[in-house]
Write a protein that binds this ligand. Sequence first.
Ligand code: F6P
Length: 318
Amino acid sequence: MKIGILTSGGDAPGMNAALRAVVRTAVYHNIPIYGINNGYAGLLEKDIIPLTVYSVANIIQLGGTILRSSRSEFFQTVTGQKTATRILEEYGIDHLVVIGGDGSLKGAMALKELGVNVMGIPATIDNDFGASDFNIGFDTAVNTAIDAISKIRDTTYSHNRINVVQVMGRKCGDIALYAGFSVGAEIVIVPEVEYDFEDICNTLLRGKERGKMHNIVMLAEGRGSYRDYIVPIEERTRVTTRGTNLGYIQRGGSPSHYDRNIAGNMGYHAVEAIIKNQSGGVIVKRNGNYINMPLEEALEVPKVFNKDLYDKIRILSI
Ligand code: F6P
């Protein structure tokens, strides 16, 4: 048996902790393990190196991914996937662990269909892989956003302004939702819930009438850029409005306790599944339990938006 491992797609804090757990569990069981640099692109370029216990020393606390990552267009073609399969055979790698988000796990599924033994570990700050309660990296990204928005609130308060804060997440509003709840945002705009611009402005105006002069509007990037909102909001409310795009700081930084915890557990369980000849799945956390769910099944689980939390924000921010 020989395991290969790669990280793919947008990096997420905790990827290194997951990598460490996979390598350490494999070494514990005397299974040779190889790191594939630069995700699927590196696999196609045969950028493959042996990993040891020492390769993953002192990385549990690091953001990013020491294996580095990429989004490969060629790998998304059938020719690319067949080439990748041949390269794995050439290197004698009979099991592949993929750490990444939805797109990366779809890539793992394509390899599974070509007969490769794959194991997935969900890692993306977007938290849009619905089969797992939480994906590695999301908790850290939310904490980073909270820290930044707390600073933005200081100056927003001092100047009696509105600040529209744009966060990442692609089509998923989870970063905006969870960070918005935790910073006491007045308004949260996410792709999952229809919104009415007048309604938003009326909420801000009601606050103004009561003497509330500073407001944080959380905007998920799936609802556009903060630049599209600041002028209309200022015109309608007559409150000076500024905007901030938190950008790539959300992807970096040392992983939180929660992300290290799920990363370590998922990495461990991925190798245990391989040893038990139960590959072909993704390790997910559901209702507190770690489950090896078949990839085809996991990829079909819809992402459920936490509407309950969203509704509470509206009540708590009156
Ligand atoms: O999927 C993670 C993510 O950070 C998204 O939130 C964001 O839309 C995208 O990646 C940015 O991608 P890139 O790193 O290619 O600019």
